[in-house]
Design a binder for this molecule. Structure first.
Ligand SMILES: *[C@@H]1O[C@H](CO)[C@@H](O)[C@H](O)[C@H]1NC(C)=O
Ligand SMILES: *[C@@H]1O[C@H](CO)[C@@H](O)[C@H](O)[C@H]1NC(C)=O
Length: 224
């Protein structure tokens, strides 16, 4: 009788312990989730002025991200240097050209389209950090990009590529769209002899699913 009671109470306390452990684990998981914010998806359309520093070589980029129309534009002004236009379409066609008398154009066909608004999904949360006077949540994705987002406004503030190319977001106009006419590549882009084979084939060696896509869309800011 006493034995049976003892056994029963042992079982009970084991169950209780088990339940307690489970509750602890569950609450740990819960708080872990709550403590790890995820990056805010990009607005479907926005215009941004980006300040770029690549080992001391400076440029300003007008970035026009336009997901519904499947296009992305980087207009790159190198400091006291070239003004370059870099259009990327979701069908994988890219145009990289000048609009001055040099009439340069390089067109490529890459295997991926522009970045999806949720391209930062799955990034690893690294905590919070002050950048340029803004308190930011920081993430890293596939050791390719480090991304800093304002904790309060959820706007991107800064990102850095593994190459060291550093981007500072100066303006972020949600909903801004560039006129259709401005997206049209010049006629000399359609001159067959200037079309070079896709540079992307060279990148396949170390490519995983994300890298070529990032390189495609953010090529202007990375110049890969
Ligand atoms: C650009 O980056 C370099 C380091 O690569 C740094 O020494 C320099 O101060 C930066 N320039 C500006 C204007 O931020
Ligand atoms: C992709 O779309 C652009 C813009 O409409 C066009 O100029 C280009 O020819 C298209 N590329 C292909 C492979 O269809």
């Amino acid at each position: 009788m006493a034995m049976a009671y003892l056994e029963e109470s042992t079982t009970k306390s084991s169950l209780l312990l088990l339940f307690f452990c489970f509750t602890l684990t569950a609450s740990n998981l819960l708080s872990a989730t709550a403590a790890n914010p995820i990056p805010t998806p990009w607005p479907h359309q926005f215009h941004s002025i980006l300040f770029v520093n690549y080992s001391g070589s400076l440029s300003l980029i007008d970035l026009w991200y336009d997901w519904p129309n499947g296009r992305n534009f980087n207009i790159i002004q190198h400091q006291l240097g070239k003004l370059l236009y870099d259009v990327e379409w979701n069908n994988g066609t890219t145009f990289f050209y000048t609009l001055d008398s040099t009439k340069e154009c390089r067109s490529n066909q890459i295997e991926v389209g522009i970045l999806r608004p949720n391209w930062l999904d799955g990034a690893t949360y690294l905590g919070q950090q002050h950048v340029d006077g803004f308190l930011c949540n920081v993430w890293e994705k596939v050791e390719f990009i480090w991304y800093y987002e304002d904790v309060v406004t959820k706007r991107p503030v800064h990102w850095v590529f593994y190459t060291g190319r550093s981007i500072q977001v100066m303006t972020f106009e949600v909903g801004a769209v560039l006129d259709d006419a401005k997206w049209q590549a010049p006629v000399y882009c359609f001159d067959k002899k200037d079309v070079k084979p896709g540079y992307n084939s060279d990148n396949k060696v170390d490519a995983n699913f994300l890298k070529p896509q990032l390189e495609g869309v953010l090529r202007g800011s990375m110049q890969l």
